[in-house]
Design a protein around this ligand. Structure first.
Ligand code: ZN
Length: 100
């Protein structure tokens, strides 16, 4: 068992001073002791994984927009086989572009 406590201070809504993490400081980084959750390297790793998920979602959405734009381009000048369907697709693509 480590004699050190984790150096992380945990802030909560309405608190003025925060409180110290109560877990043992078992990892030493940047001259301080940290628990497995709050070690700067662990925090960086979690953030990187989280950002990768966000980037993957953005790539997926961008690919879907590109696919729909290509679909619209392929249908350019063609009469709408299902009345309203192309107009609905154009409106949906416009909404998706606003989100990106
Ligand atoms: Zn901690």
């Amino acid at each position: 068992m480590s004699e050190h406590r984790c150096a992380k201070r945990i802030w909560s809504h309405g608190g003025f001073n925060g409180r110290a993490c109560q877990r043992p400081g078992v990892i030493e980084e940047d001259g301080k002791h940290w628990c497995h959750q709050h070690a700067p390297s662990a925090v960086s790793e979690r953030r990187a994984k989280s950002m990768e998920k966000v980037n993957a979602a953005i790539r997926k959405e961008s690919n879907e927009i590109a696919r729909r734009i290509a679909c619209l381009a392929a249908c350019a000048g063609v009469d709408d086989p299902q009345p309203g369907e192309l107009a609905a697709l154009r409106a949906e693509v416009a909404r998706m572009k606003e989100r990106v």
